[in-house]
Ligand binder design. Structure first.
Ligand code: ARG
Length: 458
């Protein structure tokens, strides 16, 4: 293949070898080959139907692109750093194969609108895959929440036992986070779904192009509005990384809880051996590596968001070579999120809750103190006074080393004379969770209803 620069006309000396390597992007942007070919097909078809190139040229361009596509797929395509990027590698190979018609493909087009199109096509596909992965993670959470709708565990604030909740309720809280992540990705895909082709280098082109046609051929909702913006806009990549960083942040929170729960001190759940590794020195160890790594990889994706924001900050219109730096962060954000969602979705169904341990933990730490206060309020005590009475009872419990439910009726009555034997109905864990019986509450029947509603939004 000829390695001659496609833009070499005005140059008198060869590019410095270091500069060639420094400015090249082909080592990473070859990942856009499929989309680049897809875009070239649409562009060639449009040029032919607008009469800019002949039908014969179009046919040979299309068949040349077919050949190149299969060479790339089979690994036979020879990528060259001298040809800088994916666009010029493919164009040079095309001209090699079909001659002069190949040189006509770039009519009315620039790499600037070409690359803007390629990344949008690529990201649109990837978001589709990520949304499917989010669906399977959510579906796994919903299934587990349903089967654990009666399992009682301590609910925490400040990581201190607060009130009893059902494990299913906790899992559905995770599910809500991922549901919002899914809708953010959908929004992002919707907003990026406009076709920059036709913007050419920055100002548009003098040929009678049909932008509606290329947009339609590539499945875009419409062509972009402004040529300058079209070649410089990378909002969609930033927006994606922001949604990805937030999703990773959610996964890191869930992973952190898994890590805490698998510790010997909590022992709330067990993870299957295949998700853990041992220690080379401590024979007793079973480390929750997968959730730990998900937690750790969040840093990469958050970093990619900052990279892209910083890349774009203060950039003048229109295209600048800086934008070539958009790809590696974007690719890695997609790859990392994909792997983490895959691992998470696969791990959830194999989480084994230790129900007795969870229940036992909920019965310590005065988790039903608020229930006692609510009981007093229902008997006419003002909430602040009730809060005070229960506080005194808790202090007594701490002194004696017993929970409220373990106190005698007489002891409880010494704090509030209106307390009667039915107080023990609200001091039990089951009574406490079942009483929170409203939309969004932790009662088992509410959790089951919420799971059904959540499943309908998958
Ligand atoms: N490799 C370039 C990029 O990723 C393609 C566009 C280059 N355009 C240019 N005029 N140098 O941004």
């Amino acid at each position: 293949m000829s390695k001659q620069k496609l833009w070499g006309g005005r140059f008198q000396e060869a590019t410095d070898a270091f500069v060639e390597r420094f400015t090249a992007s082909v080592t990473f942007d070859q990942r856009l080959a499929k989309q680049d070919i897809q875009g070239s097909r649409a562009h060639a078809q449009m040029l032919a139907s607008s009469g800019v190139i002949s039908e014969e040229d179009k046919s040979s361009i299309l068949s040349g692109l077919d050949q190149i596509e299969s060479e790339i797929a089979s690994g036979d395509f020879e990528w060259s750093v001298q040809l800088e990027d994916v666009h010029m590698n493919i164009e040079a190979a095309l001209t090699d194969k079909i001659g002069i018609a190949g040189k006509r493909l770039h009519t009315g087009r620039s790499r600037n609108d070409q690359v803007a199109t390629d990344i949008r096509l690529w990201l649109r596909d990837e978001i589709g895959i990520l949304i499917d992965l989010l669906r399977s993670a959510r579906s796994a959470l919903i299934d587990l929440a349903e089967s654990e709708s009666d399992t009682i565990m301590p609910g925490f604030t400040h990581l201190q036992t607060a009130q009893p909740v059902t494990f299913g309720h906790h899992l559905l809280a995770w599910q809500e986070m991922l549901k919002r992540d899914q809708s953010r990705l959908k929004d992002c895909a919707e907003r990026l779904n406009e076709c920059p082709l036709g913007a050419a280098a920055l100002a548009g082109t003098t040929y009678p192009i049909n932008r509606e046609q290329t947009a339609q051929l590539l499945g875009f909702r419409k062509p972009t509005e402004n040529s300058l913006d079209s070649v410089s806009d990378r909002d969609f990549a930033i927006e994606f990384c922001s949604a990805a960083a937030l999703c990773m942040t959610h996964l890191s929170r869930m992973s952190e809880e898994l890590v805490i729960w698998t510790s010997a001190q909590f022992n709330f759940i067990e993870l299957p051996d295949r998700y853990c590794t041992g220690s080379s020195i401590m024979p007793q160890k079973k480390n929750p590596d997968v959730p730990e790594l998900i937690r750790g990889k969040t840093g990469r994706v958050n970093g990619h968001l900052i990279s892209l924001l910083t890349l774009m900050k203060s950039q003048p219109l229109a295209y600048n070579k800086d934008n070539q730096e958009d790809k590696e962060p974007l690719f890695d954000a997609v790859d990392t999120l994909k792997d983490c969602l895959l691992a998470f979705a696969d791990m959830v169904p194999s989480i084994k809750p230790n129900r007795t341990v969870m229940r036992e933990a909920a019965s310590r730490g005065f988790a039903t103190a608020t229930d006692l206060a609510d009981y007093l309020v229902k008997r006419g005590v003002a909430f602040r006074d009730a809060h005070e009475i229960v506080g005194l009872a808790v202090a007594e419990g701490v002194k004696q080393g017993i929970d409220l439910a373990e106190m005698s009726l007489e002891t409880l009555q010494s704090f509030g004379s209106m307390i009667e034997a039915d107080v023990f109905d609200v001091l039990t864990l089951d009574g406490s969770v079942s009483a929170r019986d409203h939309l969004g509450g932790t009662a088992p029947n509410q959790v089951r209803a919420a799971a059904i509603r959540a499943r309908a939004t998958l």
